[in-house]
Ligand binder design. Structure first.
Ligand SMILES: [Fe+2]
Ligand SMILES: [Fe+2]
Length: 442
């Protein structure tokens, strides 16, 4: 009898432990519309100490929030998580549905450290995403750069960006050179773009430049665009350090210093023949030039990279952009901008070292300009500036992996099948210039 009682007590104990374990590791079921969608990691002006994230739900949740904690293989890291409140904004999609977008900023993080974060409302959560903060020193890193995604984003762009992710899973962020989708007002296309990124969109920071298609308004709206569609700002958390007192350029013109490189993202549409509200164009044109000048003049980093949608030199069927050259070429030359990464022309073109609109020696002061395309919409190569280009490729979906070390930047270009198609290296000089050389393999 005593034996039976002892056995029963033992069995009860085991059941209790099992029940406690199950309760600890299972979440209550929640309404699916409260579950976060489109979780996108953004960028802040201090990526060594902060991170920003956006997401959305199809109903408003009562307490939007995000949690973050240093993480390792031990699964209970969430117990020490810090919770931050999120801001929210309601949007009506092009199909008339109401959705709510959220943004949360994690601050006080340690440089070069691995964290887990999740977003939600306290009971409906995303999964934990693992990220790493930037180092606060000029340490080596890699990033991905892609040209226009724009068309057939889910069916055909996804393979390119996913190949890029698999080729450089350690990349710190992705530079998207604009025209992310064909119609910036179309929420369904935004959904396709986020689907294309998949979970990587939440783990690798996104730094986009606004393309002309990202500004598009619905046909018959009777207005010209004055900024990217509001859905742009809803989807991206980006450094709030553009030209002062210029709300139109928020989330469009910004910069970040990342481990020895100054990245400047321009709103370049204002300097091109693309549709633009005249007053807004005037403001964007006037405000960005002194802003860029000041960022180039007061740059403590060894390297400078510019991201802009429209290219300095036309290489596709698009119109030429003399106003863009007039606005920035002399500044890029004077302050030794190393690399200008561009889109818009739906073709690949990588320049020689250029200064003053002319080819200069590989060791002379100057800049390398790259246009690329990642989606399936293609234009033939337009030879008007063929003399300035070292390498051109048409009809190919491409991605670039850029590696930065103290003395070198190496940019390698791959076709979507992972075939290496182009590559070059810039080696930094003591005087701030660089020596350009060809790579024969990655
Ligand atoms: Fe485009
Ligand atoms: Fe474009």
């Amino acid at each position: 009898m005593q034996f039976i009682v002892k056995k029963n007590v033992q069995a009860f104990g085991f059941m209790l432990i099992a029940l406690t374990t199950i309760l600890a590791w299972s979440a209550p079921s929640v309404a699916p519309e409260r579950v976060p969608q489109r979780v996108l990691l953004g960028m802040t002006s201090d990526p060594a100490h902060s991170q920003a994230v956006t997401w959305r739900t199809t109903v408003a949740v009562a307490a939007p929030q995000a949690q973050i904690a240093p993480c390792s293989g031990n699964p209970v890291f969430g117990n020490t998580a810090t919770t931050v409140k999120a801001t929210s904004g309601e949007y009506t999609t092009s199909s008339g549905a109401k959705v709510v977008h959220y943004e949360a900023v994690f601050s006080g993080l340690e440089p070069g450290k691995q964290y887990g974060y999740r977003v939600g409302d306290g009971t409906a959560w995303s999964e934990w995403f693992q990220i790493r903060t930037a180092s606060d020193k000029a340490e080596p890193f890699r990033f991905i750069y892609v040209g226009d995604a724009q068309a057939n984003v889910k069916s055909l762009w996804s393979r390119t960006i996913r190949n890029a992710f698999m080729s450089a899973p350690d990349a710190s962020f992705v530079l998207h050179a604009g025209d992310l989708i064909n119609e910036g007002f179309d929420d369904a296309l935004w959904g396709e773009w986020c689907d294309g990124l998949g979970f990587f969109g939440a783990m690798m920071a996104n730094m986009p430049a606004v393309g002309n298609h990202d500004m598009n308004l619905p046909e018959g709206s009777g207005a010209l665009p004055s900024a990217a569609n509001p859905l742009w700002k809803a989807h991206f958390a980006l450094p709030q350090n553009g030209p002062a007192d210029t709300p139109l350029l928020e989330d469009e013109a910004y910069w970040v210093d990342y481990q020895g490189v100054r990245f400047i993202c321009l709103e370049a549409n204002a300097y091109t023949p693309e549709d633009y509200d005249p007053e807004a164009r005037k403001i964007a044109q006037a405000k960005q030039i002194p802003w860029v000048k000041s960022l180039l003049e007061n740059n403590p980093n060894r390297w400078t990279v510019i991201l802009q949608h429209e290219p300095m030199y036309q290489v596709g069927k698009n119109a030429d952009n003399p106003e863009l050259r007039e606005a920035f070429l002399a500044l890029y030359d004077k302050y030794h901008v190393d690399l200008v990464l561009q889109g818009h022309d739906h073709v690949y073109a990588r320049s020689h070292k250029l200064a003053g609109g002319k080819v200069v020696g590989d060791a002379a002061p100057g800049t390398v300009y790259v246009v690329s395309v990642s989606g399936p919409k293609m234009y033939p190569f337009n030879p008007v500036y063929a003399d300035l280009m070292k390498k051109t490729i048409a009809d190919t979906q491409l991605f670039q992996i850029v590696a930065v070390t103290g003395d070198h930047i190496r940019l390698n270009t791959y076709a979507t099948g992972n075939e290496w198609v182009d590559g070059f290296e810039l080696k930094k000089n003591k005087d701030g210039g660089s020596v350009l050389s060809e790579l024969s393999k990655p």
